[in-house]
Ligand binder design. Structure first.
Ligand code: ZN
Length: 193
């Protein structure tokens, strides 16, 4: 599947949204990819997960981890295809942590899987949690990276299935806010109502 086909998958699912959005990072954008709508269809999840596992050698991975909520569906599917255990981290009162009795064996190598990366904040917090529990994050894979050219966000290699260079703006510098035409909406999970 090429990138054009992957984006067509988003369009077909009504998941490529145009408007005025507040991203989970707090930045504003005129475009939003609502991966949950694509991943509703398990065949789409499988197709995207296959794209991602082509970027990793299963022998280098002991477990798969995702930051909830966005990474759960694609992370589980990647883990299923790799035949590896899957765990997730989640926010409680805003703090990323590992709950539900999950444990990481000492020095286990973890593949971190996310649906959409913007600033990479959730992924970094997820990796911090993994390290605190004795694991070693070895790679980050994401379906969509909204800023694929941003360097230095992660201290492990990262790859993405879809590159989408979409301008994002700090909230106080957002041209859409200045125009005042469309109210900003939060389509994601964190902080959404
Ligand atoms: Zn705005």
């Amino acid at each position: 599947m090429n990138e054009h086909e992957m984006l067509a998958m988003y369009e077909d699912a009504g998941a490529l949204l145009n408007g005025h959005f507040v991203l989970s990072s707090g930045r504003h954008s005129a475009r939003y990819l609502q991966s949950a709508l694509v991943l509703m269809n398990i065949d789409n999840a499988t197709a995207l997960a296959k794209e991602l596992i082509g970027k990793v050698d299963a022998r280098d991975i002991d477990m798969v981890v995702s930051p909830a909520i966005g990474g759960l569906v694609i992370g589980q599917e990647v883990a299923r295809l790799l035949h590896k255990p899957f765990i997730f981290t989640e926010r409680k009162e805003g703090v990323m942590q590992m709950r539900r009795g999950f444990a990481i064996p000492e020095d286990a190598r973890l593949l971190v899987v996310e649906d959409v990366i913007t600033t990479g904040g959730s992924v970094c917090e997820c990796m911090d949690v993994v390290r605190r529990h004795g694991g070693k994050p070895v790679k980050v894979l994401a379906v969509v990276d909204r800023a694929p050219d941003a360097e230095g966000r992660f201290d492990v290699p990262h790859e993405t299935a879809i590159h989408l260079s979409v301008e994002t703006h700090a909230a106080d510098e957002c041209p859409l806010c200045r125009e005042g035409v469309l109210p900003a909406i939060k389509p994601g999970s964190r902080g959404a109502v």
